[in-house]
Design a protein around this ligand. Structure first.
Ligand SMILES: Nc1nc(=O)c2c([nH]1)NC[C@@H]1CN(c3ccc(C(=O)N[C@@H](CCC(=O)O)C(=O)O)cc3)C=[N+]21
Length: 295
């Protein structure tokens, strides 16, 4: 039987409406408008699309946003100075530096310079540490979006066997930690697999919830999933497609056509995790603005 489609776009819209209400209230009661600064270095075309989408989403729900474009040749020093300036800017509650950065810039140094209380991407070691020990802090937007997507869809996480394929710092490792926590919308049994895993399919077939975050187009096939599985596809891969007017097409890490004929529920690409990622960035920015009232 065909799987239920987990409509990330629709869930994202619902959450964005809730955020818009919350922002109206912050403005009425505290004269406070949440503010986000997005920093883009260079000309990566995919990055430009995301940055544009983020700015639009901010505008739609009432978040103030500003975009800082640095040229590809900008020095690390220049970028760090900009971050320092944004750290001290009271209009700005969230700072996002679009990754990847050019090779001559040290990503760790850049992330470490962002104040943890403005790190709405959840990439600063302080926020990663808080996630690890279950303390309040910013959660990385993509895994946070996956968790919300599951809970909004009524997928039981408590006690479920979650299999994560992929061990990146921005998706695999944090999602595994989040769903493992002794907290609501978590309490899962988590297995993390990766490129060195022996007999991957034997493990993925055991998943109640399968999270594909490998970065390999259409790697997860029908024989790797069970009939009861809920499949969340985190992949965003651009593959060439001469038939498309853009010359490319977006596919996930899951072979959607065959897997969706077998499993219980599945999130599509596009229209799945992507819109949730942007929404959780907005969520974190609103959260950061609220926290600024308490300082
Ligand atoms: N500091 C930082 N934070 C990020 O969160 C971050 C980043 N760097 N670098 C790049 C990745 C990628 N990313 C996406 C966000 C939304 C969609 C998204 O909304 N995708 C749409 C389709 C968009 C399209 O058509 O290209 C969808 O899946 O429906 C995709 C990818 C955030 N990233």
């Amino acid at each position: 039987m065909a799987a239920t489609i987990i409509d990330g776009k629709k869930i994202a819209e619902t959450i964005q409406q809730e955020l818009a209400e919350e922002i109206k209230q912050l403005q009425a009661e505290h004269h406070l408008t949440p503010g986000l600064a997005v920093v883009l270095v260079g000309e990566n075309p995919a990055s430009k699309v995301y940055v544009r989408n983020k700015n639009k989403a901010c505008h739609d729900i009432g978040i103030y946003s500003e975009q800082h474009n640095l040229p590809q040749e900008a020095s690390e020093q220049e970028l760090l100075a900009l971050i320092q300036q944004l750290n001290h800017d009271d209009k700005i509650h969230g700072i996002l530096v679009q990754l990847p950065l050019p090779d001559h810039i040290d990503e760790h140094k850049v992330i470490n310079t962002i104040l943890p209380e403005k790190d709405v991407d959840g990439f600063h070691p302080v926020n990663i540490g808080k996630l690890m020990i279950g303390e309040k802090g910013f959660r990385p937007c993509t895994p946070f979006g996956v968790q919300k997507m599951l809970s909004y869809s009524g997928v039981p996480i408590d006690g479920a066997h979650v299999v994560v394929v992929g061990r990146s710092n921005i998706v695999g490792k944090p999602i595994a930690n989040m769903l493992l926590q002794k907290q609501p919308d978590a309490n899962a049994t988590v297995t993390v697999c990766h490129s060195r895993t022996k007999d991957l399919a034997a493990i993925t077939r055991q998943a109640d919830i399968l999270i594909a975050a490998i970065g390999q187009p259409e790697m997860i096939t029908a024989e790797m999933v069970s009939e009861n599985a809920v499949v969340i596809d985190v992949g965003v891969n651009r593959i060439e497609d001469p038939a498309s007017k853009t010359g490319y097409r977006l596919v996930g890490d899951v072979k959607f056509d065959e897997v969706s004929q077998k499993c219980k529920a599945i999130s599509p690409v596009p229209g799945g995790v992507g819109p949730m990622t942007i929404t959780m960035l907005l969520y974190n920015t609103v959260e950061s603005a609220k926290q600024s009232l308490e300082r």
